[in-house]
Design a protein around this ligand. Structure first.
Ligand code: AHM
Ligand code: MG
Length: 327
């Protein structure tokens, strides 16, 4: 059977990352360090989130983020933690963060990688104690090592990702990532301060009984999506929608189902961002035997034209996404 829980307290994520890199002949250890830095930052954020209701950091700051939304203190803290970890690890030349205007210069000119991150996705759920997530993508930079990075380093299609994943701060904190060789999930043991391999080789069921969508704007959905939703209802599928992308996506990966964010009247290309949110999850989908499209094309093959580009996003079990494509 798929997606079973295994080896509690067996293999730590650290050992797993190192072992995997050893099996890759061209690996030099730099990607290993990038992943370790992300792991470290996620542990710190997990701790902050668990204490958020006590420390008062779940609330709003006076600042707005680049999208004109009020930032939460935790958004800011999460962004800072990731930046610090990646700066100290020295293997990342620059970072693009959903919460920050402009590219973050890490000062590591000779590093070979760049990282795109949504440090705390779904953060409007924080002050009601509902789960949130982190989403990340790692790319090799296009600019030469030793030279200045440029925006082109970040405007690469998702097929160029060398690693991608998410952290789900849920009833347990979980890390799910891929380096292009399947998807593995790790569960955090807070008293030991370690992630352990809990879900090796995650495979999304080909069929699914769940669909996740905000139906508020359904009059303005494309016909294909309206028809697809009618079909889901006819087929007696259930709705599940948290409003935290990582949570909704993870549920469908594990149980079988589909996540949809179509174009709406408010967002003509959907709400989700290609670089910060969709590419990483699309790589996870495909690596886990699922599919991710914008209705017509593979998400991973879209060539980004700017860093805040939005795309319609449909990701999930093969048989369900194929129905959307068939229209
Ligand atoms: P955020 O990046 O501001 O947190 O917004 C992204 C979130 C996703 O987590 C979620 O899937 C989506 O927005 C929910 O949007 P909506 O409230 O329109 O359903
Ligand atoms: Mg987001």
């Amino acid at each position: 059977s798929v997606n079973t829980f295994t080896h509690p307290l067996g293999i730590t994520v650290d050992r797993f990352i190192v072992q995997n890199q050893h099996e890759c002949p061209e690996a030099t250890g730099e990607l290993t360090q990038v992943l370790r830095d992300i792991v470290l930052a996620s542990k710190i954020i997990s701790r902050e989130i668990n204490r958020a209701g006590l420390s008062g950091i779940e609330g709003l700051t006076d600042e707005e983020n680049v999208h004109g939304e009020k930032q939460r203190m935790l958004d800011v803290i999460a962004g800072v933690r990731f930046t610090r970890a990646l700066v100290s690890g020295r293997q990342v030349a620059a970072i693009l963060s959903e919460e920050r205007e402009g590219i973050i210069d890490t000062g590591n000119k000779h590093a070979k990688y760049v990282v795109i991150i949504d440090p705390l996705d779904g953060s409007s759920n924080i002050d009601v104690n509902i789960s949130v997530g982190t989403i990340f993508s790692v790319y090799k930079r296009i600019s030469k090592h030793g030279e200045d990075f440029s925006i082109e380093d970040f405007l690469q299609p998702g097929t160029n990702q060398v690693a991608a994943g998410y952290v789900l701060y849920g009833s347990s904190t979980m890390l799910v990532y891929t380096t292009g060789n399947g998807v593995d999930g790790f569960t955090y043991e807070p008293s030991l301060g370690e992630y352990f391999l809990s879900h090796p080789n995650i495979v999304q069921p080909e069929y699914g009984d769940y669909y996740s969508i905000n139906e508020k704007n359904q009059e303005s959905f494309p016909d294909a999506i309206r028809e697809f939703l009618a079909r889901c209802k006819k087929d007696n599928m259930s709705t599940r929608y948290v409003g935290s992308l990582v949570c909704d996506f993870h549920r469908n990966i594990m149980k079988g189902g589909v996540y949809l964010y179509p174009p709406t009247s408010a967002y003509s290309d959907g709400k989700l961002r290609l670089l910060y949110e969709c590419n990483a999850l699309a790589m996870i989908s495909e690596q886990a035997n699922g599919l991710a499209t914008n209705g017509n094309h593979r998400i991973l093959e879209i060539c980004p034209t700017w860093h805040r580009q939005r795309v319609p996003f449909y990701a999930g079990s093969k048989s369900l996404i194929e129905k959307i494509r068939d229209h």
